[in-house]
Design a binder for this molecule. Structure first.
Ligand SMILES: Nc1nc2c(ncn2[C@@H]2O[C@H](COP(=O)(O)OP(=O)(O)OP(=O)(O)O)[C@@H](O)[C@H]2O)c(=O)[nH]1
Ligand SMILES: [Mg+2]
Length: 238
């Protein structure tokens, strides 16, 4: 599902629920299924490949033609995370041009994870990542005040005219509080699923740490995300 330019009220309605519990039967045993609902932001300068990344991840396809995003697009992907857990991802693909518009605080509300992307053939898109990360940390955070989990993706690593070195990405990632960084090629389908798996793992482990009193905490990857999880005023290579 992709919705372009929905009015905010309509977008936000989809994000008021925070997961569902249901039961499934496995070989005669009934296990409780938990569904985690995670809102994830995809940010970075224009033309770096954010929409292509989401499209590849959700539909498995790549399109050479550039169609600039206006405002925000969102997509949904359901992951069968474990025998007892499903993860429903709501991917908010924010237009690169939003960097120049101060209205995007509403997009960050309720986000529990973020991908910051740049293009390895465009040094200014790399330099902008500092801005995107700072903007994220100012607009979304955990109740503890810590940043929400965020990964850095160095896209278009299939192209020969690379201008950003792996060493500088590594240093930048560490200095700016990213959980990890990866080189990706949406075109060649490199590290797309891996990157998202890593981010989801980080999000679920944060939640698990925040909620240590869950009765079955020791046996589970994580639990439901709280409504207030973050909505207050937070390598591998190709
Ligand atoms: N060679 C190569 N091209 C890519 C890759 N990923 C995306 N592209 C191309 O880069 C262009 C921009 O991709 P988009 O996904 O539209 O970029 P965006 O970041 O969403 O841009 P905005 O919507 O303006 O913020 C398109 O022509 C894509 O086909 C990649 O990994 N390698
Ligand atoms: Mg786009």
């Amino acid at each position: 599902m992709t919705c372009s330019q929905l009015p905010y009220r309509q977008q936000n309605c989809s994000f008021d629920s925070h997961g569902q519990h249901g039961s499934g039967s496995y070989g005669g045993h009934r296990k409780t299924m938990t569904e985690h609902l995670l809102k994830i932001l995809i940010v970075g300068d224009g033309n770096v490949g954010k929409s292509s990344f989401v499209h590849r991840y959700v539909s498995g396809q790549f399109n050479k033609t550039y169609k600039m995003t206006v405002g925000v697009d969102f997509s949904v992907k359901l992951l069968h995370w474990s025998e007892t857990e499903k993860v429903r991802l709501q991917l908010w693909d924010i237009a690169g041009q939003e960097r120049f518009i101060s209205m995007n605080r509403i997009y960050y509300k309720g986000a529990v994870g973020c991908v910051v992307m740049f293009d390895v053939t465009n040094s200014s898109s790399f330099l902008s990542c500092r801005h995107w990360k700072q903007d994220l940390d100012n607009k979304a955070m955990l109740p503890s005040g810590d940043s929400i989990p965020c990964i850095l993706l160095a896209n278009k690593c299939d192209l020969a005219q690379r201008v950003v070195s792996a060493d500088s990405i590594k240093e930048f990632s560490k200095a700016n509080g990213f959980k990890t960084w990866m080189e990706t090629s949406v075109k060649e389908n490199k590290n797309i699923g891996e990157a998202m798996r890593r981010l989801v793992q980080e999000i679920l482990s944060v939640k698990s740490r925040m909620d240590p009193l869950q009765p079955d905490h020791e046996n589970r990857t994580s639990t439901e995300l709280d409504p207030e999880f973050n909505s207050s005023p937070g390598p591998s290579c190709c």
